[in-house]
Design a protein around this ligand. Structure first.
Ligand SMILES: Cc1cc2nc3c(=O)[nH]c(=O)nc-3n(C[C@H](O)[C@H](O)[C@H](O)COP(=O)(O)OP(=O)(O)OC[C@H]3O[C@@H](n4cnc5c(N)ncnc54)[C@H](O)[C@@H]3O)c2cc1C
Length: 423
């Protein structure tokens, strides 16, 4: 499955769209636009070489909604991801570690085959990179970083264009420049766009573990007083036991303590925190740690510029929504640019970009607020708040219509989905 990264035969340095950041969201946007005939440049700091390894499960995984899965189906990438490794999950259990409230969701309740799929991020980026290389309307600029972005200036027939300068001195022009360069987005900073930031004072410890009992394709999350701990099921079994990826979000001091524990001590602490629901932890992979800061860009668009994915919004991973929201951004922006093109309007027209912002910003803001409320609510140790949230969990668990509503949210099922994400 190796693919060599080569620059595409496009030689001109003027593009319809230049995407800075060829990660999960930038790569998806590039493919959506390239398939519509746009001339696209992808500038990526990494070398874009394959990262997925069949024998090693990468600890960085994403729980994809059905809507995101459908997007990759539309792009023809899903079979390539399945050929590598994806794990469906059909059930989800969430409970309060400091009480007795618990909710159980089952895909059968809405007659869906699965609630979602756990996919290694490297499976997604490798499948994307492979497809980008095969699309002759897309030019990849690997191992390159943007050091400067100009102001927008008029340029027929594009409306306006911006010039990007790379670290090796090369320049390129595009009618629309897209920042898909992650949470710390250098391009967002260069464009002078500020963010509203909420530091959760938590960090997420991620790794792959094996455990005694089978996960039965169930995703599980316990809310501990120090933060949520999720077990995401992974396909395949090892000699040591069944496999899951874990995301253990904890207050910074606790997360740093967890990072330096010996593997055996970490395994004991993990099994205990998880109330032994999957039995003992039989092996622990390499651990990695990520600061959890929620961020929301003050604006998503400027003349000839748009933000997508983590560059626009960074969200706590407790509901596994960050990448899914980013794929929605990509699909909506591609839809709006495609519509403008078909109507003969310049794609850099401010009304076109404003429509993208209008369709995505409020939605992302709502999800960010919901995650903040979850974090604060479950971090609260006041006895009455604890009582209320446990009563709430039990009430939702008993209310079938409300549960079906939450399952549809988890599936990413909504009336305003872009066409490429609809079944
Ligand atoms: C612990 C954890 C668990 C998570 N679990 C889930 C989950 O289950 N489901 C889910 O939907 N989301 C999840 N997320 C969120 C998800 O990982 C992110 O939302 C997603 O990776 C964002 O993708 P992106 O492409 O916007 O940014 P990134 O993945 O950060 O990609 C940015 C790209 O830009 C490149 N880049 C950076 N700077 C430059 C530059 N100057 N020039 C050129 N290129 C540049 C980088 O090399 C990178 O390739 C999780 C996050 C964390 C931390």
């Amino acid at each position: 499955m190796r693919h060599d990264v080569k620059e595409s035969p496009l030689t001109a340095t003027r593009y319809d769209v230049a995407i800075v950041g060829g990660g999960m969201v930038g790569g998806t946007l590039a493919l959506l636009l390239g398939r519509q005939g746009f001339r696209v440049a992808v500038i990526e700091a990494g070398d874009m070489s394959p990262r997925w390894q069949p024998e090693n499960v990468n600890a960085r995984v994403s729980a994809l909604t059905e809507a995101s899965r459908q997007l990759f189906e539309t792009l023809g990438l899903w079979p390539h991801m399945i050929a590598r490794r994806v794990t469906p999950y059909t059930q989800m259990t969430v409970w309060d570690g400091a009480g007795s409230g618990e909710i159980h969701f089952n895909a059968e309740d809405v007659m869906a085959p699965a609630l979602g799929h756990i996919v290694e991020n490297s499976v997604i980026t490798d499948a994307l990179c492979e497809a980008l290389q095969q699309q002759d309307t897309i030019c990849c600029w690997p191992s390159a970083q943007v050091t400067q972005v100009s102001e927008a200036r008029p340029a027929a027939p594009y409306g306006t264009v911006r010039t990007l300068t790379l670290n090796d001195g090369r320049t390129l022009e595009a009618a629309v420049v897209v920042a898909a360069d992650g949470a710390r987005s250098p391009l967002r900073r260069m464009a002078g766009i500020g963010t509203k930031t909420w530091d959760t004072h938590q960090q997420a410890v991620v790794t792959v573990v094996t455990h005694e009992r089978a996960h039965q394709q169930q995703a599980q999350q316990v809310f501990l007083p120090t933060g949520p701990l999720a077990f995401l099921p992974l396909e395949g079994e090892r000699a040591e036991g069944h496999m899951s990826s874990i995301v253990w979000s904890a207050d910074t001091a606790e997360a740093e303590r967890l990072m330096v524990l010996e593997d055996d001590d970490f395994a004991v602490a993990l099994a205990e925190a998880f109330e032994q629901r999957l039995g003992s932890i039989t092996s622990v992979g390499k651990r990695a740690i990520f600061p959890l800061v929620q961020r929301h860009a003050a604006q998503y668009v400027q003349p000839s510029l748009a933000l997508v994915g983590d560059a626009a919004h960074g969200i706590h991973p407790l509901a596994g929504q960050g990448a899914n929201l980013g794929f929605l951004d990509a699909a909506v922006l591609a839809e709006e640019l495609g519509r403008a093109y078909r109507q003969g309007a310049p794609i850099s027209d401010q009304r076109v970009l404003a429509r993208y912002e209008w369709r995505r910003r409020m939605d992302n803001a709502t999800m960010l607020k919901a995650m903040e409320a979850f974090c604060r609510g479950f971090g609260e140790q006041n006895i009455w708040v604890k009582w209320a949230r446990n009563a709430g969990l039990r009430a939702v668990d008993r209310c079938a219509p409300l549960k079906r509503f939450f399952i549809r949210q988890a599936l990413g099922d909504r009336p305003d989905l872009p066409e490429t994400m609809k079944a």
